[in-house]
Design a protein around this ligand. Structure first.
Ligand code: FAD
Length: 465
């Protein structure tokens, strides 16, 4: 055989979990190797968060260009060059993945291209097309992420697409059916609706964006409908017939079978952890019955020198969660007392308007028997929101009644994805409504909305009655 290469810490997968873990481990003095079978950056940078946001923001620009008459901006014959939208998206992805590669190299992380497989709890085999190499390690971090679920009646093909296929269409489709009204389906369906595609979303549950409060998701629904999208809830997608130039999707709703024709069908019904082809059994790493790796508060698996982070472990499959766990795992390996604490983890949907949530919702707090104040402040009472012509939406601040401790916040509105960070900080640092209300926020900014919501919680808001 080959001569094994020795390393301190080996990271498998270079997504937002793995590359962050590798950099932090290197910063803490480890000799680090990272193995990636695809492209550095993982799902998030290549076929997830980043390309989807590039398409969504191009969609917003297009719509704003067409519909700013109310602000006196009249643009005639606004057109879309979808191939340029795609090349814009590609250029963003390239800059970021190139940047990450540079960061890994700058931190002296050894980047190995190939597919990793555990031989035992201290040995990995890495294979690429024409070679194989053995690595021995003191510690390993599994960060192999997840892939789209496939449903048997909708086998992926030229016209039956997963999120990756949906992001990479080279021509703008005239019509699409999206199966699954979760955040990925809503975001991508929304982006195509902005470009003028006729979009139909089929959702099995009562509502799209099921995890969010109805008051929030209904704003998104209204805007999707304005863009001509149709949302069919309590719909069961049953099958698809693929034709030369399109698809016919069969679904059941209200007890009746229906058919819709479209250019493509996007299947966005969830993701599956990449834990099945890793040789985990040879290393002795335990999985749950759903194929998720079990970890402790330091991201350690049942095998004490093997850690796991990101989409392969419990919790929301989000990039910032993967990165956070990556830092914890690297610090734990270095002997630090770091532990995961998801209290301040935000969830964001880049819909129109954006939705964001951190900590408790009012309903969740009440379910846990907490006595809370839920204070609401509308975007329509904020000068910046009005001057941006973005007056739709609200913030809801959830505080503990006895002492005003901030325990949660939800925002629906323009800029919600950025605004939620302040509330995450408030929760993380144990701020009260009074602390937030007494923090001077620049005027006029959307940031003032959180200050005003805190004043509502205290019972003395200035800008609403
Ligand atoms: P991944 O990013 O999946 O990376 C895993 C890497 O491991 C991959 O590069 C893979 O090639 C590699 N790998 C797998 N097996 C092996 C092996 N055996 N050997 C070597 N390498 C291997 N999250 C957000 O927070 N915000 C968003 O806006 C957002 N938008 C999204 C939009 C879409 C369309 C999708 C699909 C996802 C989105 N996500 C978003 C989710 C986010 O992409 C994931 O949560 C995140 O990428 C998980 O990071 P990870 O490091 O665990 O794994």
């Amino acid at each position: 055989g080959d001569f094994p290469i020795e390393t301190d810490t080996i990271v498998i997968g270079a997504g937002p979990g793995g590359y962050v873990a590798a950099i932090r481990a290197a910063q803490l003095g480890q000799k680090v190797t990272i193995v990636e079978k695809g492209t550095v950056g993982g799902v998030c940078l290549n076929v997830g968060c980043i390309p989807s946001k590039a398409l969504i923001s191009a969609g917003h620009r297009f719509e704003n260009a067409k519909h700013s008459e109310g602000m006196g901006v009249i643009a005639e014959n606004v057109t879309l060059d979808f191939s340029k939208v795609q090349s814009f998206k590609e250029s963003v992805v390239k800059k970021l993945t190139g940047g990450v590669e540079g960061l890994l190299k700058g931190n002296k992380v050894d980047i190995v291209s190939g597919e990793a497989y555990f031989v035992d709890a201290n040995t990995l085999r890495v294979m690429d097309e024409n070679s194989a190499q053995t690595y021995t390690f003191k510690n390993a971090i599994i960060a192999t992420g997840s892939r789209p679920l496939e449903i048997p009646a909708f086998k992926y093909s030229k016209r039956i697409l997963d999120s990756t296929g949906a992001l990479n269409l080279q021509e703008l489709p005239k019509s699409i059916v999206v199966i699954g009204g979760g955040y990925i389906g809503t975001e991508l369906g929304g982006a195509y609706a902005s470009f003028g595609t006729k979009v139909t979303i089929l959702e099995g549950a009562d509502e799209i964006l099921n995890g969010f409060e109805k008051q929030m998701s209904s704003l998104v629904k209204r805007n999707l409908k304005k863009k001509g999208a149709e949302i069919i809830t309590k719909a069961l997608a049953k099958g698809v017939e693929e034709k030369e130039d399109g698809v016919v999707v069969t679904y059941e709703a209200k007890g009746e079978e229906q058919k819709i024709e479209a250019d493509y069908v996007f299947v966005m019904v969830g993701r599956k952890p990449n834990t099945d082809e890793l040789g985990l059994e040879q290393a002795g790493v335990e999985l749950t019955d759903r194929g998720i790796i079990k970890i402790d508060k330091q991201c350690r698996t049942n095998i004490s020198n093997i850690y796991a982070i990101g989409d392969v472990v419990e919790g929301p499959p989000l990039a910032h969660k993967a990165s956070y766990e990556g830092k914890i795992a690297a610090e734990a390996i270095a002997g630090h007392a770091s532990e995961i604490d998801y209290l301040g983890i935000p969830a964001v949907v880049f819909s129109d308007p954006e939705l964001a949530s951190v900590g408790y919702t009012e309903a969740q707090a009440k379910e846990e028997g907490l006595d809370v104040v839920a204070a609401k402040f509308p975007f329509a009472a904020n000068g910046r929101a009005l001057s941006l012509n973005e007056s739709d939406g609200f913030m809801k601040l959830v505080t503990r009644k006895e002492d005003g401790l901030i325990i949660g916040a939800q925002i629906a509105g323009a800029g919600a994805s950025d605004m939620i960070a302040e509330l995450g900080l408030a929760i993380e640092t144990g701020m009260t409504a009074e602390d937030l209300a007494m923090t001077i926020h620049a005027h006029p900014t959307l940031g003032e909305i959180s200050m005003e919501a805190a004043e509502v919680a205290l019972g003395n808001p200035i800008h609403i009655i």
